[in-house]
Design a protein around this ligand. Structure first.
Ligand SMILES: Nc1ncnc2c1ncn2[C@@H]1O[C@H](COP(=O)(O)OP(=O)(O)OP(=O)(O)O)[C@@H](O)[C@H]1O
Ligand SMILES: Cc1cn([C@H]2C[C@H](O)[C@@H](COP(=O)(O)O)O2)c(=O)[nH]c1=O
Length: 210
């Protein structure tokens, strides 16, 4: 079985983690070999970079430093975990990837989507996801969802103001238009079951087993 690389994107609280967990069980039950992972993180060095980036005390972090750290974490994660999994025929489900950098650092931080694409192309060297599912949600609703979840700690990016989170969404919507052959948009304001049904349909369609 040929390996596949799927990424899942969206503003805070869109439901990515929930959908990946449900999809992982669903695909395993169907007999697929699955690897679920996340960014920033997934491997030791990238998890260490994650804790530096997301530490709420690091308020002095420069935007370009932040963008470079995300790209560095991505490079390490890709080499150590994602590429070997794809090569061994696994289905990789990745919670965030390059589009997070384009929406958050490129658009919302105003560093420029093309500039961020350029540094990330150096990091990923052609390894774009097979398909990206963008869970679209009003950021206010997404933030309310994560605030209700008492186990979830707020990180430095979560703590940005509401207008930043609205720009993140605007960035994603631009990306969905620009990369329409790779990015599928799902309305994440629907119920968990409805969002899951749409997610399964999109993934199985791409795997070719619908
Ligand atoms: N469709 C949905 N409707 C209502 N609540 C949902 C839905 N999907 C997920 N949730 C709940 O919203 C909260 C956030 O979901 P989840 O952690 O999956 O989002 P996320 O996109 O991974 O967030 P983040 O990237 O900010 O960590 C969780 O408490 C989850 O149970
Ligand atoms: C990969 C990536 C992530 N971010 C932001 C998005 C979130 O605010 C955090 C990660 O936290 P999560 O709870 O695991 O979603 O980091 C970013 O700004 N740029 C990126 O490339």
């Amino acid at each position: 079985m040929k390996g596949r690389f799927f990424s899942f994107e969206g503003p805070e609280g869109a439901g990515k983690t929930t959908m990946i967990a449900m999809l992982e069980s669903f695909l395993r039950e169907k007999g697929f070999d699955v690897l679920a992972t996340r960014e920033p993180g997934g491997v030791r060095i990238a998890e260490e970079i994650r804790s530096i980036i997301l530490n709420p005390a690091h308020t002095e972090m420069d935007g370009r430093t932040e963008a470079l750290l995300y790209a560095a974490a991505r490079r390490q994660h890709l080499l150590e975990k994602i590429i070997p999994a794809i090569k061994s025929g696994k289905i990789v489900l990745c919670d965030r990837f390059i589009d997070s950098s384009l929406a958050y650092q490129g658009f919302a931080r105003e560093l420029g989507m093309d500039e961020i694409l350029q540094i990330n192309q150096f990091a990923i060297n052609g390894y774009f996801p097979t398909l990206t599912i963008y869970f679209d949600i009003d950021p206010k609703i997404g933030l309310e969802r994560i605030q209700k979840n008492k186990q979830r700690e707020m990180n430095r990016l979560d703590m940005e103001n509401l207008s930043f989170h609205y720009k993140v969404r605007e960035g994603y919507l631009k990306l969905a238009k620009r990369f329409s052959d790779r990015i599928i948009t799902i309305d994440a304001s629907k119920s968990v079951d409805e969002v899951f049904a749409m997610t399964v349909a999109a993934i199985m369609d791409r795997i070719g087993e619908r």
